[in-house]
Ligand binder design. Structure first.
Ligand code: TRP
Length: 456
């Protein structure tokens, strides 16, 4: 039976490696760059609350389902789904799940690398003291100049993609495991340092209130869709990243406990990032709703005007880059694992080919900030469009189908064999959420904004 299955790509040394790797995947630009700026754009507290609900009620149960699928299949998500469909005689359209996932991950990587490139650029700029003593406007125009300069964006995007290629090419055990062991603890250390700084500003209370004071009059359905999409994005759900990491998870490790830990760490980092960023935003009289530039404009401004700002600022962007790195690795891993299995090529070659392709498609995002800024489809630039399509559509949809597959289609026997608590109330609860609550919630949050858009 499934007991004997082992992934050809390796097995994690222990449950802790899975926790580190999955946390490395989950904690990334989503937590530090995206969460604060979409929270700022959507008014704060109420949005945060909806997001927390989405994590707890939809994200965690679906994450468990994804890990479970990976451990059942022990292959790339594409072949895991193919195998499960074959073994259990379920309808073959479920195989699509693996495909949608791998494609979504690939597409996310194409723009993720460009944003991570901004962060690399800021390590350099911070380190060389570019922001020292600059006012908000000057810092803002430095950011605008970066976006307007395709050559510079291209350089950093390329460098980041090379970093990803190097780690992924070395393989799961050597590359990923080593990388996350070093990167993750460092990341936590640096974040704590930053909150310490935020505490020393005069606006910690305001930043705190912005994040946690709930005012539902600011909430809209499209904000709820953003919160839901972000819950998937930040937990790395719905594209096989967690599935593929699950496929390297030792059989005896508990899925529920492990997933809870990862989700808790991820949420903690996002909230802590918010607590570090918003006090600085307010103490400098900056706007929380500044958009994607929030982190890249407000923070350098603050760092540029504080004691040891050059040091803290450089550290901060090093941290962001590390976080993005360990996430980007997981975006391409499902596709790499599949190419290795399907074409029997070695891992290095598969990685180089796929990363090159992602780099090339990423040029679209690079140019969407300058040369192609006017080129829009339904109001979306290439970057906006990719972000919306992947985070708000592909991830929730594929999450929905993962819930339905594990809740309704996959034989109970298999589900129970993966979970230690198969007799308990918790198990019943989880099953209920997968079968009814999560699909319904996704459908509602998904349909209402579309309905409003086209009916109104
Ligand atoms: N979770 C990461 C972040 O917050 C991004 C990410 C990595 C991701 N792998 C993923 C998002 C898989 C969706 C699916 O930055």
């Amino acid at each position: 039976m499934t007991e004997q299955k082992i992934s050809i790509h390796g097995v994690w040394g222990s449950r802790w490696t899975f926790i580190l790797a999955a946390t490395g995947s989950a904690v990334g630009l989503g937590n530090i760059w995206k969460f604060p700026y979409i929270t700022g754009e959507n008014g704060g507290g109420a949005f945060v609350l909806v997001y927390l609900f989405c994590i707890a009620l939809i994200g965690i149960p679906i994450m468990m389902a994804e890990v479970l699928l990976g451990r059942q299949g022990r292959q790339s998500p594409i072949n895991t789904m193919r195998e499960l469909v074959r073994e259990t005689g379920t309808h073959k359209s479920w195989k699509l799940l693996g495909w949608v996932g791998a494609i979504a991950g690939f597409l996310i990587l194409t723009y993720y690398s460009v944003i991570a490139g901004w962060s690399l650029n800021y390590v350099y700029e911070m380190g060389s003291g570019t922001f020292s003593g600059k006012d908000g406007q000057q810092v803002g125009s430095i950011f605008d100049e970066l976006l307007a300069n395709p050559k510079q964006l291209l350089f950093w995007h390329s460098l980041f993609m090379v970093m990803v290629t190097v780690v992924v090419a070395q393989g799961v055990i050597k590359g990923l495991e080593k990388a996350v062991r070093i990167l993750m603890p460092l990341l936590f250390l640096l974040l704590i340092l930053l909150v310490g700084y935020a505490l020393s500003t005069d606006s910690f209370g305001r930043g705190f209130a912005f994040l946690f004071h709930v005012d539902f009059s600011k909430m809209t359905w499209s904000a709820a869709l953003t919160a839901l999409g972000h819950a998937f994005f930040t937990l790395s759900l719905g594209m096989g990243a967690i599935m593929v990491y699950g496929s390297y998870m030792p059989k005896k490790a508990s899925i529920g406990g492990t997933v809870l830990m990862v989700a808790a760490l991820d949420t903690l980092v996002a909230l802590v990032a918010g607590l570090a960023i918003f006090p600085i935003v307010f103490s400098n009289g900056l706007a929380p709703g500044a958009g994607p530039g929030l982190m890249f404009i407000t923070l350098p401004h603050a760092f540029g005007n504080m004691g040891f700002g050059q040091l803290f600022g450089t550290l901060f962007f090093v941290l962001v880059t590390f976080a993005a790195w360990s996430s980007a690795i997981s975006l391409i891993e499902p596709a790499v694992a599949w190419v290795v299995e399907r074409f029997k090529v070695n891992r290095g070659l598969a990685t180089v080919m796929l990363c090159f392709l992602a780099w090339f498609v990423g040029l679209g995002t690079v140019f969407s900030f300058n040369l192609w800024a006017e080129m829009t489809l339904a109001g979306f630039t290439v970057f906006d469009g990719l972000d919306f399509l992947t985070a708000n559509i592909m991830l929730p949809l594929s999450g929905l189908f993962i819930a339905l597959y594990v809740g309704w289609v996959l034989p109970q026997q298999r589900v129970k064999s993966e979970l230690a608590l198969s007799q308990s109330v918790l198990y019943q609860l989880w099953r209920f959420v997968l079968r009814f609550l999560a699909p319904l919630a996704v459908l509602i949050v998904f349909m209402v904004p579309l309905y409003e858009k086209f009916a109104g």
